[in-house]
Design a protein around this ligand. Sequence first.
Ligand code: PEP
Length: 232
Amino acid sequence: MKKLFLVANWKEHKTLSEAHQFMISFLGNDLLSYLAKNVSVDRKIILCPSFILLPELAGLLHEFHLSGKIKLGAQNISPYPDGPHTGEVSARQIAEFASYVIIGHSERRREYNESDEILEKKVSAALEQNITPIFCVSDKDEFIPSGVTLVAYEPVDAIGTGSPDDPKSAQAVASYIKEKKHIHYVLYGGSVTSRNVDLYIQQPDIDGVLVGGASLDPVEFSQIIQNANPLL
Ligand code: PEP
């Protein structure tokens, strides 16, 4: 069955009460009946909030019996195991709530000088705790640590600019990464909305989308999920 990854990257947004309101609206609109009816695609819906929101969202998903349908991801991870690393959150701590983690986002590479060496350590730390890295690259030849199976191709100029990449060129990069780097799944990220998501999802080598700005609005993110219909 075709797998489709629909990932929300909330970045440094939402307080506890805003996250709660998002969930009530997100789960309350047509999404759940859409998912119940459209079972020919295995949709992996993954919400990646700030660390402080993970326990609240995990609790809500459990309460609504949706822990199997909607997964959580962290936006960062410590490269070190539990120990004296002030301000860090370890893979073991994250694993209590999340099964995915975004690693190598261009904002972290740029603002925190994350090197290939650090990113490799983060990937190993995640994998040791059975957390799946969503490894971001902004170029087809960017280094990808071993063990990564899920890559998000995010051209820097497309992130948060309202100028998404051309779907055909995103497809060419996705195909290259799969073939040359032996990656199973490639997502596209950069100014995805409910109006353009289909253009990416219908490319043969694009297995989903990583959504920033448009994932903050529950109605819009739900619409992105419902408009993401791959050619089967
Ligand atoms: C992102 O930051 O990963 C991203 C894709 O952001 P946006 O959707 O806002 O371009």
